[in-house]
Design a binder for this molecule. Structure first.
Ligand SMILES: [Zn+2]
Length: 421
């Protein structure tokens, strides 16, 4: 292994790949990328990746969920180390979310292959399908771990009502094959993902990389408070059943509940609200809103659920409102593998990087993979904390630092046992 510890990624190749990918699905008007899952641009990016994998002398293949793989084969039959992220984007996206993890993973496998290093297990690069959620999110990684059923595939559709099946068929892909993407768990060892932070912490602190220790869990509710619409002039204040005032009370409870119950990583957001009937001279009879709550600790997340529910009950009793609640998603937090964290932190020291151990406040494919396999994540800084925007950027120095850290981890996790010191 020792002769290989000096191995480094080639930043020029990473830069060229990032730039090529950033031209696929770009809209000239707003400079954003439009590579939503199973659009022509998304398929073009996947074909480009397959080409790059072949070019690098790796084995290319795809599965029933249209996940793309590039395999660096070993002569051992041990479970694979999987490295990757996603190529699909949100509408009007930047060029690094997901793509960087795939490009950097590819470069690591390329450089390892060229150096003639023989890993003790196969290393598989993966680009997962529909991470960003045109059809719900994490389709590729959910299918990979077998957490998907034919009914959910049949019923999945995008915001405009276009179904997943139609979208796949229009690209010559067979939706009935998505289930076949499930991998036998005995064939997978660990999963590693490099991703942009998508938040301001690393940039603000002037650090090169983040070593993720926990990935946040979340629950999301669609809520309605129902009161009574009435005349804004003739209805006395004490006789109102004002749904908006209920929401105002609820919003006011958020900081108290987080302070009392949440951990340091706790977040709660009312991101959408609609007042009905929505006239300046009418007491609102109904308000529909969303609540998104996150925490890295499962018990805390459960306690937050209870607390927000209790707050709703109390407010509705006080203001004579009714409420209607619908949980639209619930994802458990994931703790990253302590062995991977240790290896990454050793790498930080060996490479002389400035790093921080930190939680991930955003969901990633690593979170899905983490339900079944040990996972680890590397963050690189997002300039100004910006993401899901054409302004999304990371300095090439930090990209190189993150890529070398990933390379270091791959080498450590695949070192032939007899040569381990
Ligand atoms: Zn992403």
């Amino acid at each position: 292994m020792s002769e290989f510890t000096k191995m480094r990624v080639n930043l020029d190749r990473i830069q060229a790949d990032v730039e090529t990918l950033a031209s696929i699905g770009r809209c000239d008007e707003d400079q954003g990328l439009y590579r939503m899952a199973f659009t022509d641009a998304d398929i073009e990016a996947r074909k480009w990746l397959l080409d790059r994998i072949d070019n690098a002398g790796l084995i290319s293949r795809s599965d029933g969920a249209a996940n793309i793989f590039g395999v660096l084969a070993s002569d051992h039959d041990s479970p694979s180390l999987v490295v990757g992220s996603h190529l699909d984007t949100v509408p009007c996206a930047g060029s690094l979310d997901g793509s960087l993890g795939v490009v950097v993973g590819l470069e690591c496998l390329r450089v390892i292959n060229q150096a003639g290093y023989l890993p003790d297990r196969d290393v598989e690069l993966v680009a997962f399908s529909d991470e960003e959620g045109r059809f719900g999110g994490m389709l590729g990684s959910e299918a990979f771990i077998g957490n998907i059923n034919p009914l959910s595939i049949q019923h999945a559709s995008d915001a405009s009502g276009f179904s997943l099946s139609e979208a796949m068929l229009s690209q010559g892909l067979d939706p009935s094959k998505v289930m076949e993407a499930r991998r036998n768990p005995s064939t997978i060892d660990r999963y590693l993902e490099l991703h942009i932070e998508q938040g301001p912490v690393l940039d603000h602190k002037g650090l090169n990389v983040g070593v993720v220790d926990e990935i946040t869990g979340l629950f999301r509710w669609n809520l309605k408070l129902i009161g009574e619409s009435n005349h804004a002039g003739t209805t006395p204040m004490e006789m109102r059943r004002d749904a908006f005032m209920g929401l105002a009370d609820f919003a006011h409870e958020i900081p108290r509940i987080l302070d009392e119950i949440g951990s340091e990583s706790a977040r709660a957001t009312v991101g959408q609200a609609e007042i009905q009937p929505g006239a300046p001279n009418t007491v609102p009879g109904m308000v529909a809103f969303t609540l998104d709550v996150r925490d890295t600790n499962q018990e805390v997340l459960e306690a937050l659920k209870d607390a927000f529910h209790r707050a709703l009950v109390v407010i509705c009793r006080r203001r004579q409102l009714k409420f209607d609640m619908n949980e639209v998603s619930s994802i458990d937090p994931v703790r990253c593998d302590s062995e991977i964290i240790k290896i990454l932190e050793e790498g930080v020291t060996e490479l002389g990087l400035k790093a921080l151990r930190m939680p991930s406040g955003a969901a990633h494919d690593a979170q899905i993979m983490g339900r079944q396999y040990p996972v680890g994540m590397i963050f690189v800084p997002s300039r100004g904390g910006k993401s899901h925007s054409p302004d999304e950027w990371t300095s090439w120095t930090d990209i190189e630092a993150g890529a070398n850290l990933l390379l270091h981890a791959i080498l450590k996790l695949t070192a032939q046992k007899q040569s381990l010191k």
